[in-house]
Write a protein that binds this ligand. Structure first.
Ligand code: GSH
Length: 220
C-alpha cells in the first residue's frame, strides 16, 4: 500500500448514475460500510464526458467506473471490488471455500465479460437502429446460461447463502435487462435472487434512482 496519509482519505468514485459497472462498485462500498465521494462523469452529455482528455488521464479506457483509493487510481469494476475486498476484508465478498470462490468468479465474469460489454453504450452506438434487438439477443443468450448455472450454485444468493461479488454483478445486469425490455419471467432463479437482493439496504442506497447525478425526472 502507498502512504498511510493516502489511506486516511475517502475513496473517490468516478461514475455515472446509470452505469451498471459503477453501480457494482457502489454496492461494494455500501456492503463494506465505506464512505466515499462521487465525481459524476456524464456518459451522454456533451457527446460523453468519458471521452475528454481530462478524463482520459483518470481512465485511459475512457469508461466508468474509476476509483481513487489508497493513493492509486483503479479502473475495471471487478479489479476495484477485489481490491476493496482484499484491503477491507469484512464482510467478505469472495467466499473462503475454493470451489465457491471459483463459482463467484465464474458468474461475475459471465456477466462482466459475456453480457455487459455487448450492450455497452459505445457498442450500441455502432449497432445503430437495431440496438434494442441486439441488446435483447445478447442479454437473453447470457441469461439462459446464467439461469442454468445458478440452478446449480445458488442458495439464497448466487452462490450459496452469502452475498458475494456475483450478486454485485447480477443486480445491475438485471436492471439493464429491464431497461432493454427483456422478459425476466423466462429466468425464475435470476428473478428470485434479484428480488431478494433488492430488499437489502446496500443495493437500495446504491440504486441509479438515488445518486448525486440522477436527473430529477428519474429520481425516486
Ligand atoms: N470492464 C469494465 C467495463 C466498463 C464499462 O463498460 N463502462 C461503461 C458504463 S457501464 C462505460 O463507461 N461506457 C462508456 C461508453 O460506452 O462510451 C468494468 O467492469 O469496469
Amino acid at each position: 500500500m502507498r502512504t498511510s496519509f493516502a489511506c486516511l482519505m475517502k475513496p473517490v468514485l468516478h461514475g455515472y448514475f446509470r452505469s451498471s459497472c459503477s453501480w457494482r462498485v457502489r454496492i461494494a462500498f455500501a456492503l463494506k460500510g465505506i464512505e466515499y465521494d462521487q465525481v459524476p462523469v456524464n456518459l451522454v452529455k456533451d457527446g460523453g464526458q468519458q471521452l475528454t482528455d481530462q478524463y482520459k488521464t483518470v481512465n485511459p479506457m475512457q469508461q466508468v467506473p474509476a476509483v481513487t483509493i489508497d493513493g492509486i487510481t483503479l479502473s475495471q469494476s471487478l479489479a476495484i471490488i477485489q481490491y476493496i475486498d482484499e484491503t477491507r476484508p469484512r464482510p467478505p465478498l469472495i467466499p473462503a471455500d475454493l470451489q465457491q470462490r471459483a463459482q463467484v468468479r465464474m458468474i461475475s465474469d459471465l456477466i462482466a465479460s459475456g453480457i455487459q460489454p455487448l450492450q455497452n453504450l459505445y457498442v450500441l452506438q455502432k449497432v445503430g437502429e437495431e440496438k434494442l434487438q441486439w441488446a435483447q439477443h445478447f442479454i437473453n443468450k447470457g441469461f439462459k446460461a446464467l439461469e442454468s448455472i445458478l440452478k446449480q450454485t445458488s442458495g439464497t444468493y448466487c452462490v450459496g447463502n452469502e452475498i458475494s461479488m456475483a450478486d454485485i454483478c447480477l443486480v445491475p445486469q438485471v436492471y439493464n435487462a429491464e431497461r432493454y425490455k427483456v422478459d425476466l419471467d423466462q429466468y425464475p432463479t435470476i428473478k428470485q435472487i434479484n428480488q431478494t437482493l433488492m430488499e437489502l439496504e446496500a443495493f437500495k442506497v446504491s440504486h441509479p434512482s438515488c445518486q448525486p447525478d440522477t436527473p430529477d425526472d428519474l429520481r425516486s
